[in-house]
Design a binder for this molecule. Structure first.
Ligand code: IMP
Length: 203
């Protein structure tokens, strides 16, 4: 059975204010008070893992041990089946130093075109690994995914990252065209969070 998270402070191992706000809203009803790694001046460790779970664990443990409090970290990305799972843990890096996701989406599409991958075989999934770590080194990891196909050209202005080319299974619109609340209800991140809440929070 998973170790339970008790009411009190929880470090969010992220310097991204948007992520911290989203997590704060999600956990507020359970008496958990998120504080960001940025507020505590905790350093950002290098993500040297080879899986989403390993990278989430590196970040969560660094914050938990640095702050002496439980900490939560996430790592996510897009895995394209015909590309052997790429860009995967390198999803952010494919956007280059300018963090331009139009460039990253073109790169993915070009790689599929070069391999002559048929539209029906352009399947992909987003993955989100969440790791909760305690200062004594204990960790709990939860993973959520959502499957779909990649389309071209890009469609929609909502969301971020690879959303404009990702059409989730059972839909004929991309995440970029979907209302944010609809995406948030079914995303890889929402699924990982639902597991975390179900397993580590006493209701
Ligand atoms: P990180 O987990 O913050 O390192 O983000 C990894 C990268 O994966 C992001 O920069 C996005 O490119 C991509 N990614 C993760 N989740 C999503 C999503 O929900 N939509 C689109 N792209 C995503």
């Amino acid at each position: 059975m998973a170790r339970k998270l008790t009411p009190g402070r929880l470090v969010i191992a992220s310097h991204n204010q948007g992520k911290v706000r989203e997590i704060r809203e999600l956990l507020a009803p359970f008496g958990i008070e998120p504080v960001s790694a940025g507020e505590l001046n905790l350093p950002e460790p290098e993500e040297t893992g080879t899986t989403f779970a390993a990278n989430a664990e590196i970040k969560a443990l660094a914050s938990a041990q640095g702050a002496g409090l439980p900490a939560l970290a996430d790592d996510s990305g897009l895995c394209v089946d015909a590309l052997g799972g790429d860009p995967g843990i390198y999803s952010a890096r494919w956007a280059g130093p300018g963090k331009d996701f139009a460039v990253a989406m073109e790169k993915v599409t070009r790689a599929l075109d070069e391999k002559n991958v048929a539209q029906a075989d352009r399947t992909a999934h987003f993955v989100c690994a969440l790791c909760l770590a305690w200062p004594d080194g204990h960790t709990e990891v939860f993973e959520g995914r959502v499957s779909g196909t990649l389309v071209w050209p890009m469609r929609g202005a909502h969301g971020f990252g690879y959303d404009p080319i990702f059409q989730p299974e059972g839909f004929d619109i991309t995440f970029g065209e979907m209302e944010p609340a609809a995406k948030h209800a079914m995303s890889h991140r929402a699924r990982a969070f639902a597991q975390l809440v179900a397993e580590v929070i006493d209701k």
